[in-house]
Design a protein around this ligand. Sequence first.
Ligand SMILES: [Cu+2]
Length: 617
Amino acid sequence: MRLALLFWCLTSGCVVVASDKGRRDLQYFPPKKVHGFARLNVVEEKNPMPKSNDTEWESLRRAMYVDGIVLPEDETKTTGSAPSWRNMDGINGLYVDGTSVEEGDPLFFSVILRNHMEEATMLHWHGLTPPMNEDGVPMLTSLPLESGSEILYDFSVPQRGLYWMHSHYGLQLHYGLAAPVVLQHPQSYLDWLGVQQDVLFFVADSFVRAECNFDFRLYPEVCKGKRIPDNWANYDMTVNNRSILDPAVVEVLPGSVIRLRTLHAGAIALWRISWPEELGKGEVVAVDGTDVERGVFVDSIPLANAQRMDVLLKIPVSAEKGWYEIVADRITGYYAEGTEAAERTGMILKTHGPHRGDPIQSKFEGKLKGWMDLDLDKRLKAKFPLPSKPVTREHVLRLTGEFTDDYGPQFSLNDARWYNFPGRGWVNRKEGTLTYKRIVQSNIPCEALCEKKNWRGGSRCDPEWDSVPLDECAFFKASDVPPRKNSQPLKVCDGDRVELTIVNQGSPRTGGDSHPIHMHGAHFQIVAVNGTRLEDGPMRDTAFVPRWTNLTVAFDAVNNGMWLIHCHMHFHLDQGMATTVESTPPLAQQSVTEWAPVSERMQAPGVVPVKRGQPGC
Ligand SMILES: [Cu+2]
């Protein structure tokens, strides 16, 4: 195996670094040829099925999804682990078969993506670590995928676990544009875990029409001047794309061990997932697609936006009931709401016989803590922690801003708001003034400042509006605005061991919120909570940061480029809660090559690996 790996590295250019735990930490450059691919389509449903009784807003509903085609055998040049599009427990997703590939060896992620929608899109491969041009972030490292066009992604991944794809373009995640990505473990590892069956639990919430929430004044042609309140009745809560009224039913064998693979694909809610007492405690075996040391048992799973967690559950041999309910309760990040009145969705595990047909119940009815904290993260230990290495760079990322009842999420990072996709904003159209066409991209309309109708009667809504003369308010019109350049990136040098302390002190006026912070391009390790160091804390790509908490994460800057770091509550991202981690000096932007004709397919996408070692560092 060593010889084969060496040969592969010589011909394909990978970097192998031995860690102090004996793990091969691999950074792969893109494969030079296509190893068989999956063909995916991004589609908008023309007439989405009504899902709520709230007919007032149903006509505005949008629904988007990813669909795929399994190519005939003779059209692929498969190596045995090429991606395929599969139905996994009722939801379609991308499956990369690593059962016969050794852990640490590359799996090939070769995907052709075609946009069948009328608007542009771009899919991000959440948690994967491709070269930056294939990360799927429009306007930062790639072009938007315009209507009717195709693109080829072709890179290799060392990871094994549960990942996902989702739109990073505009408000599309609110409309459900997401799907699972399974990078299957080696069969020997599954045997060691004792797993006989994987059960995917893809829990999501999507909002009926995101533009018409706090941004409704920016979209008068769609929202007709009315705001759709973001109360939970205007969300669809689903597991594997099915509601609680018609839940997914997955058949399992009595006496078997299942790996319940939970993934939060929703835009806003936080979830706690639980199962009946007959199934006992679950053993946590992975978070965010990274394995953890065994021996941590839980009776429920807290899941923030974009996070994943795998647990082993034993189906009783007797299986007297014939069915077991896996329940997701909406919880909060900062105060106890309990679960009785909380929104709920779920799925059925069935051994035999019909499901009883009653609404899904939770064993924790009214008893479970309804908020989310880091207690479980503190207990988990990474199976493959970062190798020990001196820290060479430290950064602080303050989670700033607040939510106001009148004007919605006004969050920022280090007091700056940044928008990396085209959206709408307010443009001053008064001729002959210094503020002519000054863009204020914010959901607070100018009249809010003029009327001083802000949070609890204060005199100020948003610093961005402070410099606008009151008599110019009438000249601000809702307009399309381009993305801005990020003026406050977190700069790192290639090869740095970075420690990033995420500070969430809350807001003195509102108390503040909790935020799931996701970084692209690398997994980070949770190394300290409120200054207390963790030994071999879990590796994650999305850390939940409760309010009044400081969380320190560490990562190695080996995947050179520009990487988005942002809150994964989508309304918060929409309002600018994002920045970038960038190598110093900033790299020239490269765009992903557009889809090449068939004769050039073997060369696509032609992305040149970024050179290691930056001058000035
Ligand atoms: Cu947030």
